[in-house]
Design a binder for this molecule. Structure first.
Ligand code: OAA
Ligand code: MG
Length: 228
């Protein structure tokens, strides 16, 4: 018998280490560009302690302001997993604080991405474990359940399946389906090289080639006026 809304899936399919490694030194912005600038989770979920995140999603869905299932998720996740929490965007109650962050760090969990808040910031912001969230509040969570572990979730306008690759840096977080990873890595490297050449030219004092902008404006009949 199934029990929708209150269930735990223990085993998930994780992408290979090698596949994830391909994202290691790429900028999140460049990976997002390789997805036609459509890959980011909403910007309100941002870096809380200056650490980047990369790993497979271990998803958790909790009722607004309740963290019962997060305890179990940390217990069940594997080292390197990113615990991605659909907390309904609740800003009234923190879902993770020092205790859960330390529990996760002791289990070598790869990080948290939380559509909700954290607390105990004084300690948490100095911790090694990467944490992305919407904000902070002193109000703690309830622990009543229900909730789900490793079912598809939606946070910040993106659907996330367990085992999707989560990548976050100081710009924000993106989510990549493992089957798209190789292609996106190749494209992101090309974008990076192209941008590096443009930046080299600027830094050498040679400005930027914006001929294409003039062409576009001309095609659209943009009026360019000398003025006084
Ligand atoms: O009490 C809670 O469940 C959240 C919290 O502050 C902690 O993890 O330290
Ligand atoms: Mg606490």
């Amino acid at each position: 018998m199934s029990n929708l809304g209150y269930r735990v899936i223990e085993n998930i399919k994780r992408p290979s280490e090698e596949l994830m490694k391909g994202f290691e030194r790429l900028q999140v912005a460049n990976i997002d560009d390789s997805m036609n600038r459509m890959g980011a989770i909403n910007e309100s979920i941002h870096q809380m302690n200056g650490r980047n995140v990369l790993g497979p999603a271990f998803t958790v869905k909790v009722p607004s302001g309740d963290n019962l299932m997060i305890f179990l998720a940390i217990e069940k996740a594997k080292p390197g997993d990113i615990i991605v929490i659909d907390g309904d965007g609740n800003m009234e109650r923190a879902l993770v604080g020092e205790m859960l962050a330390k529990f996760a760090q002791s289990k070598k969990i790869g990080g948290f991405v939380i559509n909700g808040c954290i607390r105990d910031y004084d300690v948490v912001h100095k911790m090694e474990i990467p944490i992305f969230a919407k904000g902070r509040t002193p109000n703690g969570p309830f622990r009543n359940g229900p909730g789900e572990i490793n079912t598809p979730i939606s946070i910040g306008r993106k659907v996330i399946f367990p085992g999707d690759i989560i990548i976050g840096d100081s710009d924000g977080v993106i989510v990549v389906r493992p089957e798209d990873a190789k292609d996106l890595q190749k494209k992101a490297i090309e974008i990076e090289q192209k941008e590096a050449a443009i930046i080299d030219r600027i830094e050498a004092g040679n400005g930027m080639d914006i001929e294409w902008i003039y062409k576009k404006l001309e095609a659209e009949n943009c009026e360019i006026i000398k003025g006084e």
